[in-house]
Design a protein around this ligand. Structure first.
Ligand code: ADP
Length: 494
């Protein structure tokens, strides 16, 4: 019978093919010695060995046996079993440390191997073809994942935190055992997302949780605080924090996050707000009387031409005004924190409000020159008193943080569908890293230049909350020592 098969490979060519094979191959024969008869370059490389040092040697002479292994990963057991059963045996994972002659240390290595019998004419095992793969990296990576998971679990348990995972396509929801406890159930009770949502305060669900969810899909993360009711009717506060995971087409497909019970700290905060509200309210009444008495006194003595007394009364009036502004700021702060800050929207000319605010603020610092070029009417729908408060805060900061002789300018302009108002000074300016934080509650820049200028760091926080409630934007453009421009924009219709 004639075949078209090419002739067999000559032995020397076969030897080259075997030795240069990208696989790590080794052939051994004559059990129980298992003499090494062929080995590929790749095998030599992964085991840091030399061909002349191992060829012709018994396998366990070349690679010392690890006698501590008695199970299925013990090499001698495996080889004997291949000879006995004539079946291929895979060892998916085993450890065999490789001695590095350069570093003179043994390196921990993990391997996966298979042992294929090569039978002779009598159907007995003449050789075993051994293929090995170095899987150290995979094993170390798997170990690192296990360790990270363990660390994360310890951290979440220590922080009494619940974790959750929401699939956005099919709304599958998984949460840790702690979730049930945070929602007032026995630990470990499995609760579905709709079940948890029914415990959320209805207003907070509609006004906070649902908008935050939609915003997170584009923003990528979210954090919010809401009220929940336990099955026994008690009110608790929780903080939910999470991130969105996107697929390779950039569509959101999972949300992961944590939940913590913040009832204690929230109650402290509420008590502190109530205290600020009460204290400010109590201070307001005597201060209003002092202001009235000073005004009556000033009127009465204005005819006396006593410059000293008139000057003192003017200064007293200004100080009383400063205190009144501060107390109003504290009252606003507590109203804001308890969600009671309401806007009274009317339609008005913003240029008129700017002029009036400049006039009022100038009373406090008559020596300062404020430039404002009045242009045509610019009408907006907003809370005029609150907007005046924002402009007044920008102006009083410009006074505080720039030298007396330097000018301050105010501008107003129409920009697309919004109105932009800005206040510019030539003062100490603000470093970029502080600019991001200025609008946070109680934030004050820490530097020698401002340490002697009094303030509480609430003016810009209030300004930013007021502008946000008008759906506008607020910001600052500044360089250190080059002055600052604080601005806000308001949509034409709120
Ligand atoms: P306060 O002035 O009472 O501390 P604000 O909230 O109004 O509070 O301002 C926060 C901080 O922002 C100030 O402490 C100051 O460091 C910085 N800042 C505000 N306005 C200016 C300005 N025009 N120039 C430089 N720094 C400013």
């Amino acid at each position: 019978m004639s075949t078209n098969l090419p002739p067999d490979l000559p032995a020397d060519i076969f030897k080259v093919v075997f030795e240069k094979s990208p696989g790590s191959l080794l052939v051994k024969g004559d059990a129980p010695c298992f003499t090494i008869v062929a080995v590929s370059d790749s095998y030599l490389e992964v085991t840091s060995s030399k061909r002349e040092a191992i060829l012709g040697k018994g396998f366990f002479e070349a690679f010392p046996e690890d006698k501590t292994l008695t199970d299925d990963t013990n090499a001698r057991n495996v080889f004997n079993k291949v000879v006995e059963t004539r079946q291929k045996i895979d060892v998916p994972t085993y450890r065999f440390d490789v001695y590095d002659p350069d570093k003179k240390t043994a390196e921990i290595k993990y391997w996966s191997c298979n042992n294929t019998p090569i039978l002779n004419a009598d159907n007995n095992v003449a050789y075993i073809l051994n293929t090995v793969v170095d899987i150290t990296k995979e094993i170390n990576a798997r170990q690192a994942v296990i360790e990270n998971e363990y660390r994360l679990r310890l951290a979440t348990e220590a922080a009494a935190m619940a974790t959750w995972d929401l699939g956005l396509q099919d709304q599958t929801f998984i949460s840790s055992a702690r979730m049930a406890e945070i929602f007032g159930h026995l630990p470990g009770k499995v609760l579905s997302l709709p079940e948890l949502q029914t415990q959320l305060d209805a207003d907070d669900l509609n006004n906070i949780a649902i908008p935050a969810y939609h915003e997170a899909l584009t923003k990528g993360n979210y954090v919010y605080e809401v009220r929940i009711y336990w099955p026994d009717g008690s009110l608790r506060w929780i903080k939910i924090q999470g991130i969105v995971i996107y697929d390779d087409k950039n569509s959101p497909f999972r949300m992961l996050g944590t939940v913590i019970d913040i009832t204690d700290s929230k109650c402290d905060e509420i008590r502190k707000n109530d205290f600020i509200a009460m204290a400010s309210h109590e201070l307001k009444t005597p201060l209003t009387s002092i202001k009235a008495y000073v005004q009556i006194l000033a009127k009465k003595l204005s005819a006396s031409n006593d410059d000293f007394v008139n000057n003192i009364l003017l200064k007293t009036g200004n100080q009383v005004n400063k205190m009144t502004d501060l107390i109003h700021a504290f009252l606003d702060l507590s109203k804001l924190e308890s969600g009671k800050l309401q806007l009274k929207i009317t339609t008005f000319d913003i240029n008129k409000v700017i002029e009036d605010t400049i006039a009022e603020t100038s009373l406090l610092s008559a020596s300062r020159k404020i430039e404002f070029v009045q242009k045509k009417e610019l009408t907006v729908s907003a809370d005029s008193e609150k907007i005046s408060q924002v402009i007044s805060n920008f102006l009083s900061n410009a006074f505080k943080y720039s030298d007396k002789g330097t000018p301050i300018s105010v501008t107003s302009a129409q920009q697309n569908d919004s109105i932009r108002v800005s206040v510019t000074d030539k003062g100490i300016g603000i470093k970029p890293r502080d600019q991001e934080k200025l609008f946070q509650r109680f934030y004050r820049v820490e530097s020698d230049k401002v340490k002697n200028i009094s303030g509480f760091g609430i003016g810009l926080y209030l300004a930013s909350e007021i502008i946000q409630r008008h759906k506008g934007t607020i910001g600052v453009e500044s360089e250190e020592d080059m002055g600052a421009t604080f601005y806000f924009t308001l949509p034409e219709n709120v």
